[in-house]
Design a protein around this ligand. Structure first.
Ligand code: GLU
Length: 515
């Protein structure tokens, strides 16, 4: 019988989830849903020294914001609860003991000083990577070198010990990665990893394998940084007798900095000019703040669409994908092998596309919220109209207010450069007539307004192009914006007349010259 696809996202709550982590979660989710399977979240918190308060909640919140729905987790529970490794602590020793009893692992009693001395010795002997392995273990204090009685005595005395994996000396370990194909590693490159620490907690390696097995995980999709650990994991599956149900592995390519030089890391924070975290984060110890995509005004749909394309592509020209479309199109075969550069302009582009696709009434809400903060009244209909003319010019929801401010507040200053270039006596002459005749327009709509302006210009033997920028300056104070006639229609007759009067007065020095 085909096994049901079951994947897991297994972060350690050692800080805020980085966008690379969110991408890993997303790919797991897309794959699980595509295959009609399940995705679970497991919190890998066995390293208590690295525990950071708030990090776990941050993970839940970030996944929820992205629309990644979990079938099993510490919050929703599930058939394999608990889903937090610290709460599963009593389960791991049994497996470590199986490894010890079958000769695949051993007790090691070396003190920190003894381990340091060993490394120093090896360094002095010019050994490239000094480590506890199939050769050096013979010179150390462990159950392979000490007499049996002494081992028993030490254990009975409660002497501190760790359990280490006994990695074979000469063996080729092979594993098939779904993205990279066959990966071969010689066992001499692997050290005798600690499986159980002296505090009775398992290390990542043991806990991860035991849990993936018990939770019936079929596919392990994770970042490339875990590839070096994969051969060790294969050994563990083998020694625990679980090789026949070992999950398939897919190691995702790295996310690189925009210039391609190195991995995009948590430490990059906001230094590169864009957030590396999905949500804002305040370090509970240092108070250091890092900004998030959510608080910067990114829509979760845009963020998810962008992330999906950081390492995967559908093989077509289509770039806009809803979550359901991503699920439909997703396949591990289309994930690239090489690292993907982060592209800040692309994530902005996605946000623009998703914003523009929203109905005007929805966009109006962004504007109405900002207006409320500034104590400005506006009907939903008017806000929708403004949103409609502004939406081609915004990247973030907060841009609506910034871009549309002049729709509500008359300009107090004018762009000097435009004034110097475009304001002149001929233009003022046209605006005088325009402001006098505007009140006569019956249906105050863009078309009619333009018609009036054109007829005045014609009467004076002038072209629209000669006054347009000056007119925009008078009405908005700035040099660029959406269709000016639409702006005039929105701000209304009286306000337009007022603004023209003010501009004519304030810009008088510029009117002394002719075109
Ligand atoms: N706890 C590991 C992490 O923080 C999990 C790695 C894995 O998926 O095996 O990324």
């Amino acid at each position: 019988m085909e096994r049901e696809v079951r994947v897991r996202f297994a972060p350690s709550p050692t800080g805020p989830l980085h966008i690379g982590g969110v991408r890993t979660a997303l790919y797991n989710y897309l794959f699980a849903k595509k295959m009609g399977g399940k995705m679970l979240l497991r919190i890998e918190d066995t390293d208590q020294n690295r525990f950071i308060p708030g990090a776990e909640n941050y993970i839940f919140e970030a996944l929820e914001w992205c629309g990644i729905k979990l079938d099993e987790s510490p919050v929703v529970g599930g058939p394999h609860a608990p889903y937090r490794q610290s709460e599963r602590k009593p389960m791991y020793m049994e497996y470590a003991m199986k490894l010890v009893n079958e000769g695949n692992a051993y007790y090691a009693f070396d003190t920190a000083e003894e381990l340091d001395a060993m490394r120093e010795r090896l360094k002095a002997a010019k050994v490239a990577t000094p480590q506890y392995n199939s050769i050096t273990r013979n010179t150390m204090k462990n159950s392979l070198t000490l007499p049996e009685d002494e081992v028993k005595q030490r254990l009975a005395n409660g002497d501190p010990y760790v359990i280490r994996l006994k990695v074979p000396r000469k063996e080729e370990i092979r594993l098939k990665d779904m993205i990279r194909g066959w990966v071969m590693v010689h066992s001499s490159a692997i050290d005798d990893k600690v499986l159980m620490k002296s505090d009775g907690m398992p290390t990542y390696h043991l806990a991860n394998i035991v849990d993936d097995h018990l939770m019936e995980i079929t596919h392990v999709i994770r970042g490339e940084e875990w590839l070096p650990s994969a051969p060790l994991h294969v050994l563990l599956y083998r020694y625990l007798g679980w090789e026949s149900t070992m999950p398939e592995f897919a190691h995702l390519p790295l996310l690189l900095k925009p210039d391609g030089n190195g991995k995009l890391s948590k430490r990059d924070g906001d230094k590169l000019g864009f957030p590396v975290f999905p949500l804002n984060w305040v370090d509970p110890f240092t108070g250091e703040k890092s900004s998030g995509y959510r608080e910067n005004g990114y829509l979760p749909e845009a963020f998810v669409n962008f992330l999906a394309f950081l390492g995967w592509n559908p093989g077509t020209q289509q770039e806009i994908f809803s979550m359901d479309e991503l699920i439909e199109a997703f396949s591990i075969e289309r994930i690239g092998k090489s690292g993907t550069r982060f592209d800040q302009n692309k994530v902005k582009w996605y946000n623009e596309q998703y914003l523009r696709a929203k109905p005007d009434e929805e966009l109006a809400v962004y504007l109405l919220d900002a207006l409320k903060e500034h104590n400005i009244e506006c009907s939903p209909e008017k806000a929708a109209k403004i949103a409609s003319v502004m939406k081609e010019r915004v990247t973030f929801p907060q841009d609506f207010w910034r871009e549309a401010k002049y729709m509500f507040i008359a300009p107090e200053t004018y762009n000097e450069q435009v004034a110097a270039k475009k304001w002149n006596s001929q233009a003022v002459n046209i605006f005088e007539q325009f402001k006098n005749e505007l009140p006569g327009i019956e249906v105050f709509m863009a078309e009619e307004i333009k018609h009036l302006l054109n007829s005045i210009l014609e009467r004076n033997g002038m072209k629209l192009g000669a006054v347009m920028q000056a007119l925009r300056l008078a009405i908005t104070g700035v040099e660029a914006g959406p269709d000016l006639m639409a702006i005039i229609e929105i701000i209304g007759k009286e306000e337009t007349v007022k603004r023209l009067e003010t501009a004519i007065e304030k810009l008088q020095p510029y009117a002394l010259k002719t075109a």
